[in-house]
Design a protein around this ligand. Structure first.
Ligand code: EPU
Length: 438
């Protein structure tokens, strides 16, 4: 795999690409397969590294995994489940946070689970306290050992009442994947209600689970004795769709994102339109384009669904460097997701970051030492630079910046983008980008 990815930017990206199932649903649906007594089949699976990682982890636990990533279908047969060796989990999970979601299913299947060192993007501390608290609530015993965290459930898991301090996506998934087979009723308050969570609920319902989603962020789960496999088509990746939309805007281009869905993207589409992006809704996708008129600055705040997703923030910031006036971005989900702006400044952007909450509301990071608000002063032409990918979404944002910039950019660490953007090289070629790898 090449170590330097070079891009000659300054030309509009134009053409058509397609997105498949959402990374942040597919990986969880794959974990859910562990709960079934019969095989599960998942369609529209993207060919990304996170899918390979979860596939390997399932195999380490004895699941027979058959991946056809060309067609996008994987079959998972969990009839026989085994304990995995901790150091093997470590070796495969190095770059993912998914192993923590194996806990509930493994406790139900084997009575014990292990959490190794967790990876994922470095966009803040990313603690796992909610996950461990939730598991304890279900009656699990959590023990820290040298090799990792050992979790056992000698007396089985029983339904419980939980209220999350923050509507964490991962903690909500932890509750769902644990409660469906726990004894009795579980009530979860202040749950995350992202579309990917609703799709996970759909998967679990197909397996035989009984889950009620109420209007006030409350989810009720009635535990059942057995679950079967499922067949499901994953919902499309709204983060990838928005990333390409921002690439269209920043490069003054025109991209049709096949399979992009309006539902789940309302907040993004409003912002895209308000800053002057063109949108053409079609039955089989959404076309995002620059209208030729100057882009307008905007103030936004990231939030949990149905707010403006944190994962849309980084690609949007690149587009905002091309908007006229002062834009404000208040990141309220992760305390440390604006570090990527330093490289954009080296490319000619004018972005200042602040500890204060510059959005409309005070968030939990206010008055602490977290630079979580940004002021972007535009429009500034971007020029090519040597940059290193910091994390998945930040990395794709650098790619967008390099594509928009005059001259050549040399990007290190591009492989990180393979974690979540399927076939991005092929897609760049289809859109007329000029790039090479050495
Ligand atoms: N948090 C805690 N304790 C916990 C768990 C989370 O304090 O035990 C905090 C986090 O530090 C963060 C906030 O709660 O400040 C929200 O984190 P959340 O649990 O919602 O995030 P996650 O489940 O770890 C998923 C996605 C992220 C996405 C977030 C928010 C996956 C694999 N990851 O992470 O996606 O940004 O939800 O929507 O689903 C990405 O795709 O690049 C990505 C980072």
């Amino acid at each position: 795999m090449s170590s330097i990815f070079s891009v000659r930017g300054g030309r509009p990206l134009e053409g058509e690409i397609a997105v498949r199932g959402a990374k942040n649903l597919v990986s969880k649906a794959m974990v859910a397969a562990l709960l079934g007594e019969t095989p599960s089949v998942l369609h529209s699976v993207p060919d990304i590294r996170d899918v390979q990682i979860v596939g390997k982890l399932l195999e380490l636990h004895g699941v027979k995994v058959d991946m056809d990533l060309e067609s996008g279908t994987i079959t998972m047969d969990p009839s026989v489940i085994d304990k995995a060796v901790t150091k093997d989990i470590d070796a495969h999970a190095g770059s993912s946070r998914i192993p923590i979601l194996f806990c509930g299913p493994m406790l139900h299947r084997l009575g014990e689970a292990v959490i190794p060192d967790l990876g994922g993007c470095r966009i803040g501390d990313r603690p796992i306290n909610y996950h461990l608290d939730v598991l304890r609530e279900f009656g699990a015993k959590v023990e820290k050992r040298e090799a990792g965290i050992y979790i056992t459930a000698p007396n089985g898991l029983r339904g419980t009442r939980i209220e999350l301090e923050y509507p964490s996506v991962g903690a909500t998934e932890q509750v769902l994947l644990t409660a469906v087979r726990a004894q009795g009723l579980t009530q979860l308050k202040n749950a995350a209600v992202e579309p990917e969570i609703e799709d996970l609920i759909a998967v679990l319902q197909k397996m035989g689970a009984v889950i009620t989603l109420q209007t006030d962020r409350t989810i009720e789960i009635e535990g059942v004795d057995r679950l079967t496999g499922y067949e499901h088509v994953a919902l499309p990746d709204r983060i990838e769709a928005a990333s390409w939309a921002c690439a269209a805007l920043a490069t003054k281009g025109d991209i049709f994102v096949r399979n992009a869905q309006q539902k789940g993207m309302f907040a993004f589409l409003n912002v895209f339109r308000k800053i002057g992006g063109g949108i053409d809704f079609r039955e089989d996708g959404i076309r995002f384009f620059a209208t030729g008129k100057p882009l307008k600055a905007i103030a936004i705040e990231t939030d949990v669904h149905p707010g403006f997703m944190t994962d849309w923030q980084q690609p949007l910031v690149v587009a905002l460097t091309q908007a006229e006036g002062l834009s404000i971005v208040h990141e309220t989900v992760y305390e440390n997701r604006l570090g990527f702006t330093a490289a954009l400044n080296e490319m000619g952007g004018k972005i200042q970051i602040y500890r204060d909450c510059l959005g409309g509301s005070r968030c939990r990071f206010g008055r602490q030492n977290f630079n979580h608000s940004a002021v972007i002063s535009g429009a500034t032409p971007l020029r090519g630079a040597d940059i290193t990918v910091p994390d998945l979404r930040g990395g794709f944002s650098y790619l967008i910046a390099a594509l928009a910039a005059e001259g050549v950019s040399n990007i290190r660490g591009i492989d990180l983008i393979d974690r979540g953007y399927a076939d991005f090289r092929k897609k760049l070629t289809a859109l007329g980008a000029e790039f090479w790898e050495e």
